[in-house]
Design a protein around this ligand. Structure first.
Ligand code: NDP
Ligand code: HSE
Length: 426
């Protein structure tokens, strides 16, 4: 039976899940694949921290380089995270002739071009299934299952932490910070949770999906990125009144040779399947020209689901299945965000006086923005009340110009809020 020796660097959330799976499912994997996955060494700078699996001392080291230099190790699994030391570990592992598996989307999105080039030149493989969608095999879907398709669009909830937070805010009225703390305790959040809540983690992941889908270089710096920190309980409640849920969507689509690449909170019709994806679950909608619409769903973060994806990559590498793109040099143009078209939700804090709505709608009219529905809540003789407007499709640049004017109107207090809306036009 073919033996594969594995060294893991990083014995944290994902490292622990991977170790558990390698040990507990070893026989199952042997039976299914004819491969014996042998855990040879695990490195972490802190070996004393309690973990819910303990390993014999001889399997542990504080020195990651011991794994990278070990001539008996076939596959190095990088589960440290970040874009500095992790990059050195991966490049050095490749230089030492090792195949690599990583869950590190930040590293691939920002330095993937360099890392894949190194691997290709050396005829080595990099597995990165765990970098997007946790336990959902979405990388395999795009590379293999849908290989015969031109990809037309990908829409995804691809960050478990933010979906968990939005779900807690929507159903349990739990405050943002408390929900984030819970996601951190459960091991969903990044070491720096700003990456999750500001949409950067989703931007990393959509960068990877877009490269696979369109064969383009990793283009993280071109992703438009907005997180969920400005979403309020009030907006969630208004969205519900209009029949929508607020989700952090990562979107890439191609039209007339131009690629959209964006991450932002989005109002999605409540009856859409993706609206029903709650908690840490992720869902990714992929549209191919042959297959049409497809949807993939599962746990997007956490120790065991992510470990499951890591081990799948090790098996693919051992079987000689190509785990990485062979060409991502396609020429491309990213559509500027101001050129995109969407429907929009606006919330103004406006004085409750006759003529206010017509002033605001007048500005919309001047900028080719057509109103679909309006809600005004509460009554106030002196103060401002929320005025909520949904529009038909409009150009982002027109919306930004209109908002600049509306925010200067004396009848509007506070900065206005807007959220992009997906779905059919009413
Ligand atoms: P953790 O912080 O839980 O684990 C990382 C571990 O690596 C920590 O124990 C850390 O130690 C250790 N480490 C850091 N630097 C070194 C070093 N130089 N040498 C040896 N060990 C080191 O992170 P996660 O397991 O959550 O994430 C790992 C990777 O997986 C990241 O790239 C992340 O983005 C990705 N990922 C995470 C998912 C999740 O659900 N958590 C899901 C999908 C991907 P210390 O604590 O002392 O820093
Ligand atoms: N922090 C990430 C998330 C981990 O919440 O989705 C999985 O990539």
């Amino acid at each position: 039976m073919k033996k594969i020796n594995i060294g893991i660097i990083g014995f944290g959330t994902v490292g622990t899940g991977t170790v558990k799976i390698l040990l507990n499912q070893r026989d199952l994997i042997k039976k299914r694949t004819g491969l014996d996955l042998v855990l040879k060494k695990v490195a972490d700078r802190d070996l004393e921290r309690p973990r819910d699996i303990s390993l014999p001392k001889e399997l542990l080291t504080k020195d990651a380089w011991e794994i990278i230099k070990d001539p008996e190790i076939d596959v190095v699994v990088e589960l440290v995270g970040g874009t500095t030391i992790a990059k050195e570990f991966i490049l050095e592992a490749l230089r030492n002739g090792k195949h690599v598996v990583t869950a590190n989307k930040a590293l691939l999105a920002e330095h993937g071009n360099e890392i894949f080039k190194e691997a290709l030149q050396r005829g080595l493989k990099i597995g990165f299934e765990a970098s997007v969608g946790g336990g959902i095999p979405i990388i395999k879907v795009i590379k293999e299952g849908l290989v015969a398709n031109k990809m037309l669009a990908i829409y995804g909830i691809i960050n478990g932490t933010t979906n968990f937070i939005l779900t807690k805010m929507t159903y349990e009225g739990i405050d943002f910070q408390d929900a984030l703390r819970e996601a951190q305790t459960l091991g969903y959040a990044e070491a720096d949770p700003t990456l999750d809540i500001e949409g950067i983690d989703s931007a990393h992941k959509i960068t990877i999906l877009a490269s696979l889908a369109y064969g383009i270089p990793f283009s993280f710096n071109s992703v438009y990125c907005e997180g969920i920190t400005k979403i309020t309980a009030q907006d969630i409640a208004f969205a519900k009144e209009f029949g929508y849920k607020i989700k952090l969507l990562a979107i890439t689509k191609i039209l007339d040779g131009e690629i959209e690449l964006r991450v932002h909170p989005t109002m999605v019709p409540e009856h859409y399947l993706i609206s029903k994806v709650d908690g840490v679950f992720n869902a990714i909608y992929v549209e191919g020209d042959c297959v049409g619409s497809t949807l993939y769903y599962g746990r997007g973060a956490g120790s065991m689901p992510t470990g499951s994806a890591v081990v799948a990559d090790i098996v693919d590498i051992a079987k000689g299945i190509n785990t990485m793109p062979v060409d991502f040099s396609e020429k491309y143009t990213i559509k500027p965000m101001q050129e995109i078209e969407s429907m929009y939700y606006f919330r103004f804090n406006a004085l409750d006086r006759p003529g206010v709505l017509s002033k605001i709608s007048g500005v919309f009219g001047e900028h080719n923005i057509s109103i679909a529905s309006v809600i005004q809540k509460g009554r106030s003789k002196a103060g401002a009340v929320p005025l909520v407007i949904l529009t038909h499709k409009a150009k982002e640049k027109d919306v930004l110009r209109a908002l600049e004017e509306i925010d200067k109107l004396p009848v509007v207090s506070d900065k206005s809020v807007f959220i992009r809306v997906e779905g059919e036009e009413s």
